[in-house]
Write a protein that binds this ligand. Structure first.
Ligand code: MTE
Ligand code: MO
Length: 269
């Protein structure tokens, strides 16, 4: 359903999309010019969820089926389906590889760090907020082409959480898991220790909303936005990199903006 990160998207679909893209949407679809980038199989985004989200974003009102059908016909020229523009998202698109994601908040959110560490532990939201905070402002770049300028993210440096846990000498990588139950990501330990990698609970100077991966998401400033796992629930220190969800489906594991995935975007950090 999700046209960019879409399971069904093969070469034919890509050709069709390129030739039939709706003019109204083309300014938001720079990815149309990226035939070289790896195919993107797989986001079983719930149609209902996506329509609801897009409806709010595009039309301001709405949740009713007749209006959703109207929305579909609006994009009838797009054979790949619909894109989720987040309400008030300022150019962000909503992505989830699951059709629904539980809501978690101060009472039940937990972030666990385990694996090759001396002091595994679990953080509440309050625990994370009590640690030293870092605010970063960089552009956000999705591998499908859209870019959002100067977006503040705020939270705890991942390096701080790693140091507190006591990473063992045999460790080389990090595996991230999410409470959507499906998405995963990875970083090398060296990448994870960069000062522009955060465990973020604020975005756009607001508490991180559910659609953006709240209450806590990873934020990897110098890499394509798929590295910034939403609904972050687990940090496991491992011996080797285990490719994440999209990386198992063709994306580069080292996802530097402008130096990976066959793209040449301006760096973000
Ligand atoms: N858990 C989870 N994290 C995720 C994704 C996802 O589907 N699930 N999509 C990734 C991709 S491809 C992008 S571009 C961003 C989108 O973030 P947004 O929904 O806040 O715009 O989240 C990334 N993190
Ligand atoms: Mo993305």
């Amino acid at each position: 359903m999700n046209p960019e990160h879409s399971r069904e998207q093969g070469p034919e679909r890509r050709r069709a999309r390129t030739s039939q893209a709706s003019p109204a949407r083309s300014p938001e679809r720079p990815a149309e010019r990226e035939p070289e980038r790896p195919d993107e199989p797989g986001a079983p985004i719930g149609r209902r969820l996506l329509l609801g989200t897009l409806g709010l974003g595009a039309l301001g009102v709405l949740a009713a089926p007749p209006l959703q059908r109207g929305l579909e016909s609006l994009f009838a020229g797009d054979p790949t389906g619909l894109t989720g523009l987040l309400p008030n998202g300022g150019g962000f698109r909503y992505y989830s590889v699951t059709s629904s994601v539980p809501h978690k908040g101060p009472a039940d959110y937990r972030l666990t760090i385990d694996g090759l560490v001396d002091r595994p532990r679990s953080y509440t939201l309050a625990d994370l907020k009590a640690l030293p905070q870092t605010r970063l402002v960089h552009d956000v770049q999705c591998v499908t082409g859209w870019r959002v300028p100067g977006t503040p993210f705020e939270g705890v440096r991942l390096s701080q959480i790693l140091d507190a846990a006591g990473v063992r000498p045999t460790a080389r990588a990090i595996r991230f898991t999410c409470f959507d139950g499906a998405y995963t990501e990875s970083l090398t330990l060296r990448q994870a220790r960069r000062p522009d990698v955060l465990v973020a609970h604020r975005m756009q100077d607001k508490a991180l909303g559910h659609d953006h991966g709240g209450p806590v998401r990873l934020y990897v400033a110098p890499m394509y936005f798929y590295k910034s796992a939403k609904w972050l629930s687990g940090i496991t220190v491992t011996e080797d990199v285990r490719p994440g969800y999209w990386e198992d489906r063709g994306y580069d594991v080292d996802a530097w903006v402008g130096r990976s995935n066959g793209r040449d975007d301006a760096p973000t950090s």
